[in-house]
Design a protein around this ligand. Structure first.
Ligand code: OFO
Length: 183
């Protein structure tokens, strides 16, 4: 008896998204390492925490696919691409990657809607909210950097942004602990 509750196309889309979350984690790890090696310990800490979050997102997809009786396909994770050239570039790249991720999640939301797969549609609502939060978080960082002078920001202002991030309490709760009911 076949107990699989996901369509072939939704299963493929969810598996693909799972790999994209792993890819996002690689990007954050790479940028965090770049920040650390340039002396920005606060920024590195912020990015390392986000790498962890993305990994948790990957696990959420994996667990959901299994929960629906479908097959998880672990694939190769694409590399993170080039390291940033500056702090501004780091956050611009981060923002663009989050926007791309949002688009990719919206696609699966639409697909689940079109297939009337309400369980998957409901599961994805957590990610819709999470993406809004993440985009806002990075947007706020970009605003601060713009005020500091963008690409021309002085060492002093970058120093204080980095120091502030170091002392900011960890507002990024572990994604694993969040649920659709308690996002
Ligand atoms: Fe950047 O958040 Fe995952 O989905």
């Amino acid at each position: 008896m076949d107990t699989n509750r996901l369509s072939k196309s939704l299963c493929a889309a969810l598996n693909n998204q799972m790999t994209q979350e792993a890819h996002a984690a690689q990007i954050y790890l790479s940028y965090a390492s770049w920040a650390n090696s340039h002396g920005y310990d606060g920024i590195a800490n912020f990015l390392f925490r986000h790498a962890n979050e993305e990994r948790n997102h990957m696990m959420k997809f994996l667990e959901y696919i299994l929960e629906r009786g479908a097959t998880v396909k672990i694939d190769a994770i694409p590399g993170p691409g080039e390291a940033p050239s500056s702090v501004m570039d780091c956050f611009e790249k981060t923002f663009n990657q989050e926007v791309e991720n949002t688009k990719s999640i919206y696609k699966i939301v639409k697909q689940s809607f079109d297939e009337s797969d309400w369980a998957t549609w409901n599961f994805l609502q957590w990610f819709v909210k999470e993406q809004t939060e993440e985009e806002t978080l990075i947007m706020n960082m970009l605003d601060k950097l713009k005020i500091a002078g963008g690409e021309k920001a002085s060492g002093e202002s970058l120093y204080s942004i980095d120091r502030d991030l170091k002392s900011t309490p960890d507002s990024a709760q572990l994604a694993q602990e969040k649920t659709v009911e308690e996002p």
